[in-house]
Design a protein around this ligand. Structure first.
Ligand SMILES: NC(=O)c1ccc[n+]([C@@H]2O[C@H](COP(=O)([O-])OP(=O)(O)OC[C@H]3O[C@@H](n4cnc5c(N)ncnc54)[C@H](OP(=O)(O)O)[C@@H]3O)[C@@H](O)[C@H]2O)c1
Length: 234
């Protein structure tokens, strides 16, 4: 993994943090984006932090340009940052809907656009999206979340077709429930047993495996589920 320079959004917590730590362990250089890097200290000379808010598209675009200028060696994008919002559609304000789609879909389009262009120039690249089981099937109270995650899956499938033959690989990982701070502001969480959630280690290992495959092997999509799906409602 020493030849990889990875740009990852949402590196400060949960799935993004776990992927960051695993890739650093394997010798990659990691450039992490989040709003607040203070919650957890990642002590590694190969980890470089940038503070940016993906919901502010103008500033986010500026950050991406600065990062690409400072780190032209980036050859992997992991587009992971996001949050959950659930409930009947008619309960959400236009502001909430707009912010949700901006953060969970439009920001992924924008960072992919810039990284795609960069990867075409350097003639190599990997894009991995963190989708969800909600990318695969609509769910009760999931009108916002499923819309964004279905969109991400459509983006991943379409980009993959656009980049055939250009040494750029595009993949989406669709996890079921993972025990993270994603659930802190939600009215549900994974059941209490270990088997009710996917381990962070497994998501991180899956990501590392996708990246370490032969360049002629493309993993299109990986769906990962807990052994027993159980939801606790608060
Ligand atoms: N947990 C699950 O069960 C699960 C299952 C399937 C898919 N996912 C997906 O996995 C991804 C990561 O979720 P997680 O479970 O790891 O949640 P998490 O623990 O809450 O972490 C979310 C990460 O995204 C960053 N982030 C959120 N909003 C941001 C913003 N406006 N600007 C910049 N960074 C932002 C957070 O950083 P800051 O707060 O520091 O900005 C944090 O690093 C999300 O896309 C989520 O939809 C989660």
């Amino acid at each position: 993994m020493k030849d990889k320079c990875i740009l990852i959004t949402g590196s400060s917590k949960g799935i993004g943090l776990s992927i960051t730590q695993r890739l650093l362990q394997l010798g990659a250089k990691v450039i992490g984006i989040a709003r607040d890097h203070d919650s957890i200290k990642v002590e590694n000379k190969n980890y470089i932090k940038y503070t940016s808010d993906i919901s502010d598209l103008i500033k986010f675009e500026k950050s991406i340009k600065v990062i690409l200028k400072n780190h032209p060696e980036i050859n992997v994008l992991i587009s992971n940052a996001g949050y959950g919002e659930f409930g009947p559609l008619d309960n959400f304000s236009i502001k909430q809907i707009n912010n949700f789609i901006t953060s969970n879909l439009t920001s992924h389009l924008i960072i992919s656009k810039y990284l795609l262009s960069h990867f075409k120039k350097i003639k190599i690249g990997d894009i991995i999206f963190i989708g969800s089981e909600a990318s695969l099937m609509g769910a009760k109270n999931g009108s916002l979340y499923c819309t964004a995650k279905f969109g991400l899956r459509g983006l991943s499938q379409s980009l993959r077709k656009d980049v055939v033959g250009s040494n750029i690989r595009v993949c989406i990982i669709n996890p079921g429930m993972v025990r993270t701070s994603f659930f802190d502001k939600l009215k549900f969480s994974p059941g209490n047993k270990t088997e009710n959630s996917i381990s962070l280690k497994d998501i991180a290992d899956t990501t590392a495996n996708i990246l370490s495959m032969d360049r002629n092997t493309v993993i299109d999509e990986i769906n990962i589920s807990p052994a027993t799906k159980l939801i606790n409602f608060n």
